[in-house]
Design a protein around this ligand. Structure first.
Ligand SMILES: [Zn+2]
Length: 468
């Protein structure tokens, strides 16, 4: 479903009207959470945030001028959204910028192939690499290949990623892209191609970062569109195939990225922080609407509604728009810059799985049978969201290092059935986002974040007790 126009309702005014008859304090926390939810469903601030970000900034590749522009825009936008404090922090990264990316079958039947370089890939020479391909239908077949067996060849892995609701197949398939180039290089390959980690059948390749291992030669690596991977499968079944690959990406080792943060100071325990985040950078092929402009709109849109409450919730609420997630810098950089603060982060959560509706939430370990979770479940049930049986063990890459440092997490689960049709492709654009589904996300996040910031629960203690 597509939006043809943006609804004009002003959610903030609605919220203030909704809260006017009973001052906070007379209203129960649950009643306020319900009002936040209902206000968010009628509010279009988040949708307009996403429209403006993807239209006026567009793609936001880490470490580039475009990402810097996004940080400047986000800082200004959050400053005008009613937060107590907004700032940004920079950290050093190596920026990787796409160059030419061309591939073709040279023989037996010359034809173009659709590819995109993996983030971090080294370049070929400007003339490219031409070599025979060795096709592996399963990634594990490549891992079983003997050292030296791929000498002088381009390794091609054509394993398909299954379509599943929660996106777990992406994690399972990730080594194909992350580790495949080095595994192929260890066996002698001079370049690496893999079937895109996508569930579509469009002729678009899916970008994504790779990680070279220190003990393997760095070989050029790219993702094939799904139809092109299948074409190579069929051609290779008929005999020898030679492929030409040209990749000319460049790197800038002195680049910077930014984290933009906005805070609502807690009214009773300002030193305790509830942190909600998403990442502001994106891949460069589309405009980063579902990954992760939607997440930015969701967490910022939810927090903005809470900022309008007087008095503020007990704990401090912090929104973090992380930089350089796609190139693996955001989480470690933030955890390092905020290491001393980690013990004061009471709970963290991240939105980085598109703009489709939320269908479940996962309680922090040990918290399922608490008034906080009961109240949250009551608030979210009318949105079609149920409490999953399993506790939250992670909530996203940006906050994973904080979680590893002891910060408890809560997680929302979105319908991801078509997420990997679009993810990291040129099709990741604003028109794919349904305003009603985005509003459902903001409603759920506003209720969850408010109740967490208002809760007296010690989530660390609950988690520690649950693990005994
Ligand atoms: Zn993402």
């Amino acid at each position: 479903m597509r939006a043809t126009h943006i609804p004009a309702a002003c959610g903030l005014a609605l919220l203030l009207i909704a809260l006017a008859p009973t001052a906070r304090g007379q209203d129960s926390d649950a009643a306020i959470a319900h009002k936040l939810r209902d206000t968010a469903l009628k509010d279009d601030w988040g949708y307009r945030f996403l429209e403006t970000l993807t239209t006026t900034v567009g793609q936001r590749l880490a470490g580039t001028e475009a990402e810097a522009r996004a940080a400047t825009w986000a800082e200004a936008t959050l400053k005008s959204a009613g937060f107590d404090e907004v700032h940004r922090e920079s950290f050093p990264i190596t920026a990787w910028v796409r160059g030419r990316e061309e591939a073709s079958v040279v023989s037996p039947s010359p034809q173009r192939l659709v590819v995109t370089a993996l983030g971090g890939s080294v370049a070929t020479t400007p003339e490219g690499i031409t070599a025979e391909i060795a096709v592996f239908h399963l990634y594990s077949d490549l891992l079983r290949a003997a050292p030296g067996s791929l000498a002088g060849k381009i390794a091609v892995v054509t394993e398909a990623m299954p379509r599943v609701m929660d996106g777990a197949s992406y994690g399972a398939a990730n080594p194909i892209r992350r580790l495949g180039p080095s595994e192929a290089a260890k066996r002698g390959a001079i370049a690496y191609l893999h079937r895109s980690l996508g569930t579509d059948n469009h002729r678009l390749a899916h970008a994504g970062a790779t990680n070279y291992e220190a003990d393997a030669p760095r070989i050029p690596a790219a993702a094939l569109s799904v139809p092109d991977a299948e074409q190579l499968d069929r051609l290779a079944a008929r005999g020898k195939v030679r492929v030409k690959l040209v990749l000319t990406p460049t790197e800038d080792a002195s680049a910077k990225s930014w984290t933009v943060s906005a805070e609502i100071k807690g009214s009773e325990r300002p030193d305790e922080i509830v942190l909600i985040g998403a990442h502001l950078d994106s891949w460069d092929l589309g405009t980063g609407a579902i990954d992760d402009g939607a997440g930015d709109a969701i967490v910022a849109g939810a927090a903005r509604l809470i900022a309008a409450l007087k008095p503020h919730p007990k704990r401090t609420l912090r929104v973090v728009l992380f930089g350089a997630e796609e190139m693996n810098y955001s989480g470690p950089a933030y955890a390092k810059m905020h290491a001393e603060e980690a013990p004061h982060i009471a709970l963290a959560a991240e939105s980085d799985f598109g703009a489709r509706n939320i269908y479940a939430f996962l309680a922090p370990p040990g918290a399922a049978e608490t008034p906080f979770i009961h109240s949250l479940a009551d608030t979210l049930t009318p949105l079609g969201i149920f409490l999953a049986r399993e506790p939250a063990q992670n909530s996203g890459d940006d906050i994973a290092p904080l979680h590893a440092a002891g910060v408890p997490v809560i997680a929302m689960r979105q319908n991801g059935l078509d997420y990997f049709d679009i993810h990291h492709t040129a099709d990741d654009t604003f028109d794919k986002v349904d305003p009603h589904e985005l509003a459902q996300n903001i409603a759920a996040w506003a209720a969850m974040t408010y109740l967490a910031a208002q809760s007296d629960l010690d989530f660390r203690k609950l988690a520690a007790n649950a693990s005994h």
